[in-house]
Design a protein around this ligand. Structure first.
Ligand SMILES: [Zn+2]
Length: 123
């Protein structure tokens, strides 16, 4: 009995490892040119870093801005700022491209996973 359980456990582990490898492979294939991510800063403080390879919607600054990540591109889809300039900016996907919402002090910057320099803060 104990042996049987152990075997089952190992099978489970094997399956988990297989799935993990598959997921990684899929990410590499879909991500293509290196997995990029976006860094979200509010008032100069990093709120978070999000992968561009995962479709998601991110609330910035407690919901004043909504950033949408879709098909490897990031776009500001909602903002409560008066000028709405950030919403009208085009989607970003290239390294160092950014979306800036001046009234809300929100900055979204694309960074490739290889270089992690934060020198593009000042503008
Ligand atoms: Zn804005």
């Amino acid at each position: 009995m104990k042996n049987g359980l152990k075997k089952k456990d190992w099978m489970l582990i094997g399956i988990i490892v297989c799935v993990a490898v598959l997921v990684t492979l899929v990410h590499v294939f879909i991500g293509g040119k290196g997995a990029s991510k976006v860094t979200v800063k509010v008032d100069g403080v990093i709120q978070g870093t999000y992968s561009l390879s995962e479709d998601q919607e991110i609330e910035i600054n407690g919901g004043t801005n909504i950033l949408q990540i879709k098909n490897g591109r990031a776009k500001m889809i909602e903002a409560d700022c008066p000028d709405q300039l950030c919403v009208h900016q085009k989607a970003v996907s290239m390294n160092h491209e950014s979306i800036i919402c001046l009234p809300n002090k929100a900055v979204v910057t694309v960074e490739s996973s290889e270089s992690s320099e934060y020198d593009a803060v000042a503008n």
